[in-house]
Design a protein around this ligand. Structure first.
Ligand code: 0O2
Length: 266
């Protein structure tokens, strides 16, 4: 294999093609890029793409890393299809879509690197596979809270889906007001050489929770922000309002559903 050189380390030619480079000031929410699953390499907090490339090449693991990412992409497609099927069937039954939108993201290599460093794990493909559970991510945005729990139950009821971990930030919001239901599931992915088990993080939110989280995310990754304390307080108040709105909307919908049932039964 012919090689080029980055920071004194010889790299295989295909690395440049495989890693598209983007310089961003803040860590972007990759879920913002709708329906895109790609290897996205950015400079974050001084860690450069060259650092990550160098580590992978040094450990002779670049191809293994790409294969692992490809498996996670396939896992995302599988879980997405499962959710699309549930959406189709549930909307036939109830006459409304249980979710409004679905977004997917593959954790960027630099985010993977940073999280491994932060948690004190070695940056090897085996260690990434064993220790990170959110490389594959799906965000499901529903109109109503009860649809979140129904979708969760139907997904976990499937016999090839195993629940690894659940964090219910709807029942137990974070101190800043963040609310969402997070589950980590494990599913089989059938590759040429056999089956591999891969984990996918699925985040369920209402539209209102998503609206709040997008704004709060901007604050989190923006540096030197003025009036940060006031904004944090305002966000906490807004989080309560979002919660009330979600519950009120659900009650109204239940009343409407109740009326339609009465009409149907004569
Ligand atoms: P990404 O890859 O950009 O999505 P960690 O906090 O990462 O060390 P863990 O257990 O992974 O530990 O975190 P958790 O609580 O399960 O949350 C993971 C993801 O939920 C985050 O991903 C966010 O997408 C979302 N999230 C969690 N807390 C908040 C919050 O307070 N505000 C907002 N806006 N989003 C939140 P990452 O880590 O940002 O990475």
């Amino acid at each position: 294999m012919s090689a080029s050189s980055v920071s004194g380390i010889d790299l295989p030619d295909n690395i440049g093609n495989a890693m598209s480079y983007k310089d961003e000031k803040r860590k972007p929410d990759l879920y913002e890029s709708e329906d895109v699953v790609k290897l996205d390499f950015q400079n974050i907090n001084g860690t450069t793409i060259e650092d990550v490339q160098r580590l992978l090449v040094m450990h002779n693991q670049f191809e293994d890393f790409r294969k692992l990412m490809m498996e996670y992409e396939c896992a995302i497609s599988e879980v997405r299809t499962k959710l699309d099927v549930l959406n189709a069937e549930m909307s036939l039954r109830t006459d409304r879509n249980p979710f409004e939108s679905i977004k997917v993201r593959l954790k960027s290599p630099i985010s993977i690197y940073e999280k491994m460093e932060r948690r004190g794990y070695p940056f090897t493909v085996e260690s990434i596979r064993d220790n990170l559970h959110d490389i594959a991510g799906i965000r499901v945005v529903c109109s109503f809270i009860d649809d979140i729990y129904k979708l969760r139950d139907y997904l976990l009821g499937q016999d090839d889906v195993t629940l690894v971990e659940e964090k219910d930030y709807i029942a137990n919001p974070k101190p800043n007001g963040y609310r969402s239901l997070h589950i980590i599931i494990e599913i089989p992915v059938f590759m040429v050489e056999g089956k591999v088990l891969r984990r996918v993080e699925v985040q369920f939110r209402t539209i209102a929770m998503d609206f709040w989280a997008s704004l709060e995310h901007k604050l989190k990754y923006k540096k030197d922000i003025e009036n940060a304390e006031t904004i944090i307080e305002e966000l906490a108040i807004s989080a309560d309002m979002v919660n009330q709105l979600d519950r009120r909307m659900q009650q109204i919908r239940e009343k409407i559903d109740g009326n339609s049932l009465k009409e149907e039964n004569g």
